[in-house]
Design a protein. Structure first.
Length: 86
């Protein structure tokens, strides 16, 4: 949730354009029924359950799932891939 809130506030303050020219505002982020923050909060538990079920589904057994808890873990992994390909 921290990253969702941080990104949303940052985009609102910078007036960063999203898809189709849309922009986020602080008002919409915190006081709207269409808030991305509210949506993330309301759907988090369901998505977490769905992803766990998909990972355990035998039809996806051939896939190797990597899970990173932080962006820095992902960066470390990607840097290792770069080094391995040199």
């Amino acid at each position: 949730m921290f990253r969702v809130i941080k990104r949303s506030i940052s985009r609102a303050l910078k007036k960063e354009k999203l898809w189709a020219g849309n922009t986020e505002t602080l008002k919409n982020n915190f006081f709207s029924k269409d808030s991305i923050i509210l949506w993330a909060w309301q759907t988090y538990a369901l998505r977490k359950k769905q992803y766990a079920e998909m990972i355990e589904d035998p039809s996806y057994r051939h896939l190797h799932v990597l899970r990173f808890k932080t962006p820095s873990e992902l960066e470390y992994y990607l840097e290792g891939l770069k080094q391995a390909s040199l």
